[in-house]
Design a protein. Structure first.
Length: 471
């Protein structure tokens, strides 16, 4: 073999190596982010035609949604990493959900709704390491394999309260085309998500179409009862008039923290929420909607202070499981407001809980403040598009942060130690509607300062490309 002599290459500078390495990762990430959603579109048209043919029957409502979210975070620095930390480096993680919304009219003002759902994939670091987790479509499920399950199955009965003319509502997800009374009482019973009926917000509620962060899709400090996938069984009651509404619900809580099985021991395990809503007319095209909610949960929770005391007596790290007791409580409230104009929409949320006992269902946030704006695309002649920007600040109670600082773990956060600071999040997204295939493509960026409330980790830069199709 002939040999060639070449002059030695100068050693690469550390900054050059860093940029070259990240450039290669970016190319790989973009291939995954762009190719997976395009492949998925090839399977959608068959489902769409079946549903389109069935919608002609007014007694039925059939719809579907498909959402795919590849997400990636750039490498970041951390002084240490624990069992529930966001990993400092990892590949693209992709979540997938496919929901079928089946509705059938039973008699006047009554219907049954059933939603089979398929979910698969996984979140970054198995959906741990950030209290305001960046992907609302991920679950803390052990397997990433797609699984079919029943998301919702509930009965709805409306009782008209006025003879005044109401409005027609069109056929939609879990909604039959019908004449909706101006004032009514709604009773719902079965399996559903509390987020279906409570803490609504036109600009920050659905991670499939709006902001994706957990602390933006719902009030962060409301530990709303649900199984691992976000659903529960119970009863919901709503009293609605044109400018105000009252609603309440009583539902089951999981047997274990963030567990899939719901607890049947109702005297010692249940959740209650009550909410008041008011619509304020501020002008010809300006409205303000406010919602004030209070919640009370009862379950076999562990107490942070008890866990620390037991651990100190044994000179070990605290374990919340050792301090659990039936009938423990968590209570708090949330405030939610949205300001609507043709030019821009604005959102605001504040929520807080007592923070004495462990988080049982949603995420480890004891107080949360968020605000943002949503700008419609008609400003740049893209009426179906929108641009969203929001800021979040999450915090913990004194007992909760002391537990984590002593080496304790929750089910979503825990770095083995803690130098506490509030968790700050910025999220910006742009939804681009593609009429030819009836889908929306949304680039999303999130910046997280002090992930899991830890000054010794981060900040983290997170990017995603969400593909959403619905019919």
């Amino acid at each position: 073999m002939q040999e060639y002599s070449t002059p030695p290459m100068p050693a690469a500078e550390p900054a050059t190596l860093f940029l070259r390495s990240n450039f290669q990762r970016m190319k790989k990430m973009l291939r995954i982010l762009l190719l997976r959603p395009i492949i998925l579109l090839l399977t959608i048209n068959v489902h769409a035609q079946i549903i389109k043919d069935t919608l002609a029957q007014s007694n039925w409502s059939l719809h579907l949604q498909v959402t795919v979210i590849p997400q990636y975070h750039f490498n970041f620095g951390a002084a240490y990493t624990g069992a529930n930390s966001l990993q400092t480096a990892e590949p693209v993680r992709t979540s997938f959900t496919n929901t079928y919304y089946i509705g059938r009219r039973l008699w006047k003002h009554a219907a049954v709704y059933i939603n089979p759902e398929i979910a698969g994939g996984e979140g970054l670091s198995k959906a741990t390491g950030v209290a305001g987790f960046p992907n609302g479509e991920t679950f803390r499920i052990g397997s990433a394999a797609p699984k079919l399950y029943l998301a919702r199955a509930y009965l709805e009965q409306l009782v008209p309260l006025q003879q005044e003319a109401g409005t027609w509502v069109e056929n939609d997800q879990n909604q039959l085309r019908a004449h909706l009374p101006a004032a009514y009482l709604a009773l719902r019973a079965g399996k559903f998500s509390l987020a279906d009926f409570f803490d609504d917000n036109s600009y920050s509620h659905d991670p499939r179409t709006d902001f994706m962060n957990w602390s933006l899709m719902s009030a962060g400090a409301w530990d709303y009862p649900a199984n691992t996938r976000g659903y529960t069984n119970g009863f919901a009651l709503e009293l609605r008039y044109p400018s105000w509404a009252l609603r309440t619900a009583i539902v089951q809580v999981p047997v274990t923290a963030n567990g899939q099985k719901l607890d049947n021991a109702l005297p010692n395990a249940f959740g209650i929420v009550a909410e008041a809503e008011k619509k304020w007319l501020l002008g010809a095209d300006r409205t303000l909607v406010t919602r004030l909610g209070a919640f009370y949960n009862k379950a076999g929770m562990g107490n942070y202070r008890d866990a620390i005391t037991k651990a100190m007596a044994q000179s070990v790290a605290p374990d919340i499981a050792t301090a659990r007791m039936a009938g423990r409580e968590k209570k708090g409230f949330y405030f939610n407001a949205e300001y609507n104009t043709k030019a821009v929409g604005a959102l605001f949320r504040y929520s807080v809980n007592d923070g004495k006992n462990e988080t049982w269902a949603f995420t480890e946030i004891d107080r949360s403040l968020s605000a943002g704006i949503s700008i419609p695309g008609h400003h740049w002649r893209r009426a179906a598009d929108k641009l969203g920007l929001a800021l979040v600040r999450n915090g913990l109670s004194a007992d909760h942060r002391a537990y984590l600082a002593a080496g304790g773990y929750g089910f979503i956060i825990g770095d083995g130690q803690l130098r506490y600071a509030s968790e700050h999040i910025v999220e910006v997204f742009y939804s681009y509607f593609i009429p030819a295939v009836k889908c929306t493509l949304s680039p999303d960026y999130q910046w997280v300062l002090h992930p899991a409330y830890n000054k010794d980790r981060g900040p983290v830069h997170i990017v995603a490309l969400r593909l959403h199709f619905e019919l």
